[in-house]
Design a protein around this ligand. Structure first.
Ligand SMILES: [Zn+2]
Length: 288
């Protein structure tokens, strides 16, 4: 079979142009805190503070993570609620070219990953606290949620990859072998999620997330791959649920998800109470 020549496509050119234009704009437009608008600050201390908190479990508030098959939902940790200044900050970073926030968000998620490291380590049988790279536990694949080609072009990059790299480093800090693994993609045209109900979002997502089998084989050449999903925002959970299903279908164990921010439920004082800490490990750490 002939391999395709690696030409620079129109999409590649557009992506680069968007990135350069934004970088240029950042040099000439005065900077301000994307959270509250305070001038002359990349991000002010009060807006950055919530990102330094410990992550908490949020899967009970994401209805689409309910698998309806008796298996507990995927454990998902979030740093903060996706509201107020945090919301402005994340939107500026993701959609308005504020790449100067990479460092803040990556640093926050790296610390969060170190925090959830023991839970992930118990799933892969990694001796927590041991230096990274020791022991026979499998390497954890840190999988960024896939972006659509349209989103990639509009943003000039895939911001979630910045997060995945940071999470892999954070797991390393906790003594767990991990690497970022861009093994998910999107197939076909995904409808814009805006205006879709939770169920329609689920169908929209599930139909479009695919595993890049060759990339997966390169990242995990032997054994059953163990994956931790990473995304910027958790809303209904449709994206992570679709990613989980796609990876499981490709023979992977998905041990959890880590996101920057999660949309709080309509009634934040949910009557469901705290999330059960139950794990769903099928890796060597717990078996079955
Ligand atoms: Zn601020």
């Amino acid at each position: 079979m002939r391999s395709r020549p690696r030409w620079c496509t129109l999409a590649d050119v557009t992506e680069h142009l968007v990135r350069w234009t934004r970088e240029l704009a950042r040099l000439v437009v005065p900077v301000s805190c994307p959270g509250c608008g305070r001038p002359d600050e990349t991000v002010c201390a009060p807006c950055a503070e919530p990102l330094s908190r410990a992550p908490r479990r949020v899967e009970a508030d994401a209805p689409r993570l309910d698998r309806l098959d008796g298996v507990p939902p995927l454990p998902v940790w979030a740093l903060v609620a996706y509201t107020g200044h945090v919301r402005h900050l994340v939107v500026a970073w993701k959609d308005r070219g504020r790449t100067d926030l990479d460092r803040l968000l990556a640093g926050s998620l790296r610390r969060a990953a170190a925090h959830v490291g023991p839970a992930v380590g118990s799933c892969v049988g990694s001796p927590v606290g041991a230096p990274a790279g020791t022991g026979a536990a499998p390497e954890v694949l840190v999988v960024p949620a896939p972006s659509s080609a349209a989103a990639r072009r509009a943003r000039g990059r895939e911001p979630v990859q910045v997060l995945a790299r940071a999470v892999a480093r954070g797991l390393g800090d906790a003594g767990i072998r991990a690497r970022p693994a861009r093994v998910l993609g999107r197939r076909g045209r995904v409808r814009d999620q805006v205006g879709l109900g939770s169920r329609a979002r689920g169908r929209n997502q599930a139909a479009s997330v695919v595993v890049r089998r060759r990339a997966l084989a390169r990242c995990a050449p032997e054994g059953r791959p163990v994956c931790l999903l990473v995304d910027d925002v958790l809303t209904t959970g449709a994206t992570l649920a679709a990613a989980e299903r796609a990876l499981e279908g490709a023979g992977c164990d998905v041990v959890g998800g880590l996101v920057v921010a999660a949309t709080p439920p309509p009634d934040a004082r949910s009557a469901r109470g705290p999330t059960s800490p139950a794990q769903r490990c099928t890796g060597p750490g717990e078996g079955g």
